[in-house]
Design a protein around this ligand. Structure first.
Ligand code: PEP
Length: 252
């Protein structure tokens, strides 16, 4: 029997001031009920992390950052270290989000360095992978996802990589309202699980949570989360509104 948790993670992206974040997350704390096998993670912008951590500390809701740098400290203007996140009680870090890859030109090599740092520090990474529309149309979905995962995990042992959470987010489905069909998503999730088996072993693959992300809403989650290799969701747009409460409470 696998030990995977079902996870619902909120990626707020560059949305909500500290004041707005506090107001919204106070509502979540009152309305979302988590359980041992069901984890809810909220990832606000850096400026709201500490406030959101304070407000969620009376609940089981966990807090994640949307990015981090791999150096410990020094002359890296604009960057944030793992210790800065740990010091304020952050437990998760999203890495390799498609917006980081495409707008901010993050390479697989950079993501690999960040992933190593996050894992060694004891934070839990949520590694995002996914193909762009033209890659899917050319039949390259599996190649792209395989390259992103292999390069991100390069140099990590099974023991080190054990805490990783993977999010499959087809780029054409992010923020577009075009959700992958349950079968399209399941096919890639199964591919990722098989890949993890090849890279490490079956136990590792069975215990790794693989989330789907891309235009999840309360009216389209059902088919997706019934699939055997889909262990939850990474939610952007719908995580900024009451829709997130609805998703959390129906998923439980
Ligand atoms: C995301 O950015 O991780 C995401 C899934 O966004 P959306 O739900 O808005 O497509």
């Amino acid at each position: 029997l696998n030990e995977r948790k079902f996870i619902l993670a909120a990626n707020w992206k560059m949305n909500k001031t500290n004041t707005e974040a506090a107001e919204f997350v106070s509502k979540l704390v009152g309305q979302i009920k988590t359980e041992d096998k069901f984890e809810v993670i909220v990832c606000p912008p850096y400026t709201a992390l500490e406030k959101v951590r304070d407000i969620t500390s009376s609940s089981n809701i966990k807090v994640g950052a949307q990015n981090v740098y791999y150096e410990d400290k020094g002359a890296y203007t604009g960057e944030i270290s793992v210790n800065m996140l740990k010091d304020i009680g952050v437990e998760y870090v999203i890495l390799g989000h498609s917006e980081r890859r495409h707008i901010f030109k993050e390479s697989d090599g950079l993501i690999n360095k960040k992933l190593k740092k996050v894992i060694v520090s004891g934070l839990t990474p949520i590694l995002c992978v996914g193909e762009q529309l033209e890659e899917r149309e050319k039949g390259l979905t599996f190649n792209v996802v395989e390259r992103q995962i292999k390069e991100a995990l390069y140099g990590l042992t099974e023991e080190e990589a054990r805490t990783i959470v993977i999010a499959y987010e087809p780029v054409w489905a992010i923020g577009t309202g075009k959700v992958a069909t349950p079968n399209q998503a399941q096919e890639v999730h199964e591919f990722i699980r098989d890949l993890l088996k090849d890279i490490f072993n079956e136990e590792f693959a069975e215990n790794t949570a693989i989330l789907y992300g891309g235009s999840i809403k309360p009216n389209n989650y059902l088919g997706l989360f019934g699939k055997p290799d889909i262990d939850g969701g990474l939610v952007g747009g719908a995580s900024l509104t009451e829709d997130f409460v609805e998703l959390a409470n129906i998923m439980k």
